[in-house]
Design a protein around this ligand. Structure first.
Ligand code: S3P
Length: 168
């Protein structure tokens, strides 16, 4: 039994967490929380600036704190950053306080969605190489999820339905 009733969305950058999360929260009447936005708000700087000025490790620390705090509350749809699953501490907080849904999309779909985006520091450089490398290195990072949804070809409404049908 989870301590708090939340749905936590995990998945690679560009897998659709924000879009699905907002639609899902509207459908359930639950609060929508985007942990990246919460980090930006609490640190008072963009994610790119945080990576550049403080480094990835400081970002991960801030991310863990935000995840821990957000998950003290209930009835939220929480969209997390793609790398939030890398720390066991975060995975445990997610599992303990919510139903974890992993969204998957093909590398082609992800590239299409994130191209031209300057706000994601890990995608600067050769985009296709970066996405393929991150997808490979995180191949099993989302295995801990309670539900895995392959989103390619599915409209947002359908993805929301699939998730709703599983939360009872
Ligand atoms: C990251 C994903 C980003 C953001 C940061 C690092 C990652 O979030 O947290 O740029 O390590 O995959 P999105 O998945 O919302 O793009």
């Amino acid at each position: 039994m989870e301590m708090n009733r939340n749905i936590v969305l995990v998945g690679l950058m560009g897998s659709g967490k924000s879009t699905v999360g907002q639609a899902l929260s509207a459908k359930l009447g639950w609060t929508y929380v985007d942990t990246d936005s919460e980090i930006v708000r609490s640190q008072g700087m963009s994610i790119s600036d945080m990576f550049a000025k403080l480094g990835e490790e400081a970002f991960r620390k801030a991310e863990s704190e935000i995840i821990g705090n957000v998950l003290k509350r209930s009835e939220q749809v929480v969209s997390t950053g793609g790398g939030a699953v890398l720390l066991e501490l975060n995975r445990l907080a997610m599992k303990e306080n919510g139903f974890v849904v992993a969204l998957f999309a093909s590398v082609e779909t992800i590239i299409e969605r994130v191209k031209g985006d300057q706000s994601r520091p890990l995608l600067q450089g050769h985009l296709e190489e970066r996405v393929k490398h991150i997808a490979k290195s995180r191949e099993h990072a989302y295995d801990f999820a309670d539900l895995k949804v392959d989103t390619d070809g599915l409209p947002v409404d359908r993805i929301v339905e699939i998730i709703c049908s599983r939360i009872g």
